[in-house]
Design a protein around this ligand. Sequence first.
Ligand code: 8YV
Length: 317
Amino acid sequence: PAEILFLRKMHPLVEAAFEGRHVVHRFADAADPDALLAEVGPRIRGLVVGGGVDASLMDRLPKLELIANFGVGYDAVDAGAAQERGIVVTNTPDVLTDEVADLAIGLTLATLRRLPQADRYLRAGHWPKAPFPLTASLRGRRVGILGLGRIGRAIAKRLESFGVAIDYHGRRRQADVPYTYHDSLIGMAKAVHILIVVAPGGPETRGLIDAAVLEALGPEGILINVARGTLVDEAALTAALKAGTILGAGLDVFENEPHVPEDLAALDNTVLLPHVGSASEHTRAAMAQLVVDNVVSWFEGRGPLTPVAETPWSPQS
Ligand code: 8YV
């Protein structure tokens, strides 16, 4: 058996999976996490996480072979530092693609048609006095997707059936899609009405959605973010929403989760969700199973199932 460390409380499927197979240590249960690390750190070969792992933690785990991340986005794991140390990182791609794409469509419609606001209007008893004010519409709109990866493509596929024009921006043009490519984000923001952010987080994409992009999106523009809060300059967004520089925003992710700035939460032209893109029973169970399968496969000597790009794996390596 291998000794494995859970950095936080995990999905019940992960919590139960290694009983009788491996020895699990839990940060969340430790009265003194630092003492736990000093005691078991030198023996830990697997790390199961949903959140941050930096180089200094890796240095306290000299026998570490595998970091299994619960989630497709692994911007909180320093995959470069892992690569330098020969540590393989795995994530949970594919199993959450459809769920997050569904949520992105739901959030887009909810933001445009002001569904949460309409619900609040009804419950507050305003309906008998006056109908709910007319809203913006998806009809005749262009939608721009920032990041046409697995989830971006699934969002685009769904949008096709809505009869809207679809544009995208990313590092490169993709030969096998019928959508309009923009080589600059600001160019795309100028061309579209709705901007959906679904690119990876991390230092390379930090603050991409800034005041200039919001200005380019314009007064009829809607910003949707289902990726990472770090891609958006939240202060610039709040200012743009207040000033009417853009029409509205639907956000599932924030810069400093679970904290949402009060002035953003106070705005009526926002729909705000507590990072629920993948949060269905079905999909979280599938993600949990993939975490378990990666760990089991690794310690049975069969390699990782879904290694990230920075730590590729081939049977020879
Ligand atoms: C989370 C996500 O990982 O997959 C991702 O990148 O953002 C989510 O599915 C979720 O917060 C799991 O805890």
